[in-house]
Design a protein around this ligand. Sequence first.
Ligand SMILES: [Zn+2]
Length: 68
Amino acid sequence: MTVLKSCHSMRIREERSCFKCDKLFSELFRCKYDEKGNWIFLCKTCLDQSKLNNLFYQYGGTWKSKKR
Ligand SMILES: [Zn+2]
C-alpha cells in the first residue's frame, strides 16, 4: 500500500522522549514502572524490557503525537 503525501511539512511533529533511553518518539506507552507509582512514558522496546519481572508494572495506554 502506497500513500503519497502531497503536502510535505517541514514542521517538527510533537514528540516525547522515552523515560529510559531518552530517544524521541511519536508514539509512547504510558505505564507505571516502580513502587512510587508515577506514570512515565516508555518506547516499545523499553516497555517490553520493563515489564519483565516487574511487580510494579501497570499499563496506562498509548500516547501518539497528533499528525497534522
Ligand atoms: Zn526507550
